[in-house]
Design a protein around this ligand. Structure first.
Ligand SMILES: C[S@@+](CC[C@H](N)C(=O)[O-])C[C@H]1O[C@@H](n2cnc3c(N)ncnc32)[C@H](O)[C@@H]1O
Length: 434
């Protein structure tokens, strides 16, 4: 396919997403099935155009003066890819599969993309209804923070230290140009190429041998801050597919015990293969046997550390999942907050005296973060929150002096693309004092 034909295809996919309110991956898959002549490079390039357009949907519509799929796509070529009006006009020839030529109005707007008077929700590309929450999170750096969350994300991996070390892994992947991550001690980072796509790491022999896991650097950092150590009895209460379980096992050097579970058995299912591939030997998976089953009943009051990698809106991962930002609704936020309270209450039962809960979200909203911790402390007077200064002391050297990472109500730490070059992650630790 020509670059112009890919633009037309991306406009078609954006129209489908809008008309049928579909998740972007589903719409892209359908397009691929209906256009089997398109090769994998074409499909990847179209996906990248669609994701760039979704990342900048509000600002692209603003500079173009309208929100049609074509306008958003054209606007995003300027905002996300730095193309100028002449380059875009050269792609929009109207010939064969190319988009129609630019109108005079489109050409004028593309030549002068001005966001200086745009409201914060437009300049920062986020839904209006979240303005208050996000202002509470970021104060006068709101627009800068949100623009960083609307940029493309690199791909990070975590070296599986049960099998190798970063200095040995990096040369094996040298053909893909990884750089050591700035903060996480065992991470490597791959930049996205010109088209916004990173390397397909899952097909490398090193991945298949379990030498690394794909995991954002922020996720790597927060899981290491909750104070896990070899020999501990640990519960990973929201283990899902096991991303953090694998990191816990590595940090514990395969000693002690991790009990991994999740309310959703389908999400938990892939964990078994991942544990095997990674050479993990200290994890017991506890799969619930139907609704209402408590597979951890025998562990009440016995656990040193319960990791709560809580269900959340995922706003901190908007760089990677830009369509979710336009689909998240206030009702979903309310639901997630209820689940967060429930899962924290469940964790409280498991912790022994002097033991801890590590509460993690990939959100930047204080209502999912500090406010949930504060509400938990109200409900559970036997717990205290660990001073975030102590968490910083455990952090890699590059972060240990970063008081600016302390969350707005001072109960935890907040990472973000602007602050730490990672996804947006929150982390707080609660200790059982009696
Ligand atoms: C952020 S995801 C976990 C991701 C996972 N830890 C990883 O690193 O790949 C949150 C998980 O919480 C689970 N969950 C929601 N409510 C729960 C509950 N009450 N108890 C246990 N798990 C719950 C969801 O099914 C979901 O898999």
């Amino acid at each position: 396919m020509t670059p112009s034909a890919r633009l037309s295809a991306a406009i078609e996919v954006l129209a489908d997403i809008e008309a049928r309110r579909r998740p972007a991956p589903d719409a892209l898959k359908d397009w691929g099935l209906a256009h089997r002549f398109a090769g994998s490079k074409d499909r990847a390039a179209i996906a990248s155009l669609v994701y760039d357009a979704l990342r900048r949907r509000a600002s692209a519509a603003y500079i173009m003066g309208e929100g049609s799929p074509r306008a958003v796509l054209l606007g995003s070529l300027v905002l996300a890819r730095g193309l100028d009006a002449a380059a875009i006009a050269a792609l929009c020839t109207g010939e064969r599969f190319a988009p129609e030529p630019l109108s005079a109005e489109e050409a004028r707007r593309l030549a002068d993309p001005d966001l200086s008077d745009a409201p914060a929700a437009i300049a920062g590309d986020f839904p209006d209804w979240l303005a208050e929450d996000l202002s509470a999170a970021f104060g006068d750096r709101l627009v800068e923070e949100m623009q960083a969350l609307a940029a493309r994300a690199p791909i990070d991996i975590r070296t599986n230290t049960l099998k190798t070390e970063r200095a040995r892994l990096q040369p094996l992947l040298a053909h893909l140009n990884p750089e050591p991550t700035h903060h996480a001690p065992t991470g490597l980072r791959f930049s996205a190429g010109e088209d916004g796509r990173g390397p397909t790491l899952q097909v490398t022999p090193e991945f298949l041998k379990g030498l690394f896991e794909i995991q954002d650097e922020g996720s790597q950092v927060v899981a290491a801050l909750v104070g896990v150590a070899p020999g501990m009895q640990v519960v990973d209460l929201c283990a899902g597919g096991g991303g953090k379980t694998l990191e816990l096992a590595a940090l514990m050097d395969n000693s002690g015990q991790v009990f991994a579970t999740d309310a959703d058995v389908r999400r938990l299912a892939p964990i078994h293969d991942r544990l095997t591939r990674a050479g993990v030997r200290n994890v017991q998976v506890r799969t619930p046997k139907g609704r209402g089953d408590e597979p951890l009943a025998d562990l009440t009051g016995k656990i040193d550390l319960v990791l709560v990698d809580a269900p959340c809106t995922g706003i901190g991962t908007w760089r990677r999942n830009p369509d979710t930002k336009w689909r998240v609704r206030p009702g979903a936020l309310d639901e997630r907050m209820k689940e967060q309270d429930l899962v924290l209450d469940r964790a409280a039962k498991l912790v022994k005296k002097g033991g801890r809960i590590g509460y993690i979200t990939c959100s930047v909203l204080p209502r999912e973060n500090d406010a949930r911790v504060a509400a938990f402390l109200e409900r559970h007077p036997g717990f205290v929150s660990v001073d975030p200064g102590e968490l910083l002391a455990l952090a890699p050297d590059t972060l240990s002096e970063r008081d600016d990472l302390i969350s707005p109500a001072g109960l935890g730490l907040q990472l973000s693309p602007l602050r730490t070059g990672t996804d947006g992650f929150y982390c707080a630790v609660l200790e059982r004092s009696r």
